[in-house]
Design a protein around this ligand. Structure first.
Ligand SMILES: [Zn+2]
Length: 373
């Protein structure tokens, strides 16, 4: 790992420690980690105060969720495993979901090992292994704790959208099915299998989701009278292979309210009350603004050989992810027709139109996303 840029990791953020585990070894490691976090300029505050992030110290056998004060509070769960585990990735992912964390770190230190290993897992299923030290762990959590979500939607009712037929929306319905045909649409995550009702309610409140489902697609709006940077996009947590229409699971993103950090979404009066646009709307918004030649964008949890890739794994739905993708697109010879890798996560693909994108990626997508340190 490259520690040359350690100074760039210095930032004053408030954090707190939520000790839910009674494991003495883990608590000792947690104290060392807290010291390191403070060394990097952060301030430890009382559990009742508002903070930027929380170190949630848990046992994976009974992972518990930390009740955030706000959506902005990032939860970093930390756990220790001292007995060999066969499928560590699934075990960690279940812990991540049950503790409703933004990232989960597992310190793996079983008999016969001289040095502990560290593993991190994110909701985008980025799973990485590293040599554990408090410093390396801070390095891996930094992109998460320092980034900012844009998950809020400001819904505006537009009477004219009622019963409207829009060719872009038709294309989204058709190519949503195509994603399934390409085999890159994992089944929506069975939340009820892993979470009790209380935790599902917490999760829904926090991310305004109806389920966990990966991938999304959008098409620039050209037919409906509105600003040229507006676009049609699939909704959050819905099955992309079975989209039905405007205000239900396809939405018109008409702008971004920078002051309140919310996407502005136009809906017909009879819209589905819990509908929210995909968390990646902020990324798509900036791409359409920066590159007028982009007519469509597809995001999948899949990979393409030799693709250029972000250097950090920022969470979905953050300004930082959007910013980094735009930066990378600017380095492409043709940003209007490009594929960008999101580290340990998937691809964002731009094209002049949606048909062109699918024609280009067909046969090239690999369903397994490689993991980088
Ligand atoms: Zn994604």
């Amino acid at each position: 790992m490259n520690f040359q840029n350690l100074n760039q990791l210095k930032m004053v953020m408030k954090f707190k420690v939520n000790k839910l585990s009674h494991c003495a070894d883990l608590l000792e490691m947690c104290d060392k980690l807290s010291e390191k976090v403070i060394e990097f300029g952060n301030e430890l505050v009382d559990i009742e105060e508002n903070s930027n992030f929380v170190l949630n110290i848990i046992d994976l056998d009974s992972p518990r969720a930390f009740r955030r004060k706000s959506q902005e509070e990032m939860v970093v769960s930390v756990t220790l495993i001292t007995e060999p585990v066969l499928d560590l990735k699934s075990y960690c992912y279940t812990g991540l979901i049950k503790s409703i964390s933004n990232i989960l770190f597992c310190i793996y230190f079983v008999e016969g090992m001289t040095q502990p290993k560290g593993y991190s897992i994110t909701p985008e299923v980025g799973f990485t292994e590293f040599d554990y030290t408090p410093e390396s762990m801070y390095h891996y959590m930094f992109p998460v704790i320092s980034s900012h979500f844009v998950l809020q939607n400001h819904l505006i009712v537009d009477q004219l959208l009622t019963g409207l037929w829009v060719p872009e929306v038709d294309d989204i319905l058709v190519f949503g099915k195509e994603l399934k045909a390409l085999g890159v649409l994992p089944a929506p995550f069975p939340l009820t299998k892993f979470l009790d009702q209380d935790r599902i309610d917490q999760l829904f409140r926090l991310y305004q989701v109806r389920g966990l489902s990966y991938g999304n697609l959008s098409i620039r709006n050209v037919n409906y009278p509105m600003d040229g940077t507006s676009f049609w996009m699939s909704a959050r947590g819905v099955d992309k292979s079975n989209l039905t229409g405007i205000g239900k699971d396809v939405l018109l993103v008409s702008g971004f309210d920078q002051i309140n950090g919310a996407m502005i979404v136009s809906v017909p009066p009879e819209y589905e009350r819990r509908v929210r646009v995909s968390v990646d709307a902020i990324e798509h918004y900036w791409i359409y603004r920066e590159f007028p030649g982009v007519g469509a964008i597809v995001h999948v949890h899949a990979w393409i050989d030799q693709v250029i890739c972000t250097t950090q794994s920022y969470p979905c739905g953050t300004s930082e992810l959007a910013e980094n993708v735009v930066k990378l697109l600017k380095t492409c010879k043709n940003p209007e027709q490009a594929e960008v890798g999101l580290k340990n996560h998937g691809l964002t693909i731009t094209g002049p139109d949606i048909g062109e994108i699918f024609g280009r990626i067909k046969g090239r997508l690999q369903t397994k996303v490689p993991m980088f340190n």
